[in-house]
Design a binder for this molecule. Sequence first.
Ligand code: EPZ
Length: 416
Amino acid sequence: MKKVQIEGGRRLEGKVEIGGFKNSAVALIPATILAGDKCLIDNLPDISDVDKLSQILINNGARIKRIGLKKLEIDTTDIEKCYADYDMAKDMRASYYLLGAGLGRFKKAKVIFPGGCHIGTRPIDQHIKGFEALGAKVSIEHGIISVEAEKLVGTDIYLDVVTVGATINIMLAATMAEGTTTIENAAKEPHIVDVANFLNCMGADVKGAGTDTIKINGVDKLRGCEHSVIPDQIEAGTYMIAAAATKGAVTITNIIPKHLEAITAKLKEMGVKITENGDSLRVEVKKPIKNINIKTLVYPGFPTDLQQPMTSLLSIAAGTGTVTETIFESRFKHVGELKRMGASIKVEGRIAVIQGVEKLSGSKVEATDLRAGAALLVAGLIAEGTTEIENAEYIERGYSCYIEKLIKIGAKITEV
Ligand code: EPZ
């Protein structure tokens, strides 16, 4: 188990460059299976999920060449099957994209029932609903999901829940189905558009990504292409929150400001000064920040992945604020750890009521999931004294080179 130690109470100042978006990268890598050719993917984040997914593709016959820190050449010409068992994929949720990609290319795939963060039940009924609507048979035995189809025929699919995973997975499976597939009530997150752009660059015919209706006209074959992953708006938002929490002055570069509208608006509402400038923005705190109410929603609403780090910021803002988590049913595991550091937070169901306190004090705390780890990082940067975060490997799953990036803007943080 990895541990990091932070000496808090220091202002963050300087410049942070944002990497490629984890939640896009973990869909793009399985999507290369559809090409049956060489693909070049650039601006990949240097995180463990990218390595794990690459290894799964290699285990299935892909040849992968790393070209520098952020670029992979993925050749899926000789892949014959799409299989990911317990050991390969047990703690990674995104392994479910192998189902859609395997179904799309081979009309068959077998993948371990997805794991991932402990933030709720995280069912995949909508993924299965989509696959079955396309004509696949889905069975779950001994923890393995098997999908198989004689052929895939395009159809209209209405998602009962707005779900990123199912939207992307159905898009992958439908690229080479016969006829047209329409996904209604689709998720609109930026990485849905990123994956659709990649598929179209391979020769697919996907229209409407980024709206709640996506149309996919099936094509016979796809081919390799080059693509660059969009910047990670959740990584960017986390550093924006950290800068505000330490009353610092930080420029965040390599971003798409449009993707950050919700977090920018809420930080401005707190009194944080944010200046946008093309593909970068500057976060400064010139006056005391006040508490506000946050409600997580699907894009373009406030992202659920930022409510945890945001809770740390609200814990030292003046007044009372609330966080309402509408996406996942138990995404407040970080609250207990923040209370250990002196935060005053009460959780009732999906609402956390936060009473701003003067200061937090350093403590031994434990990360329970990726964004809870991010929340504890922010709290450790704020707190007086030393904070030690256990299970820090969770943080590495979504924040490449976070220790180096934080040190560069003045944090005192080390891996112990
Ligand atoms: C993706 O998870 C992200 N993970 C999550 O990021 C992110 O929080 C989430 O999207 C929402 O934006 C990856 O991309 C690997 P969903 P996913 O399907 O696809 C329910 C992080 O910290 N649902 O949009 O699993 C589900 O229970 C991680 O980077 C069904 O009911 O999210 C949830 O309540 C955490 N049935 C809601 O929909 C289904 O078949 C949204 O889930 C699928 C989902």
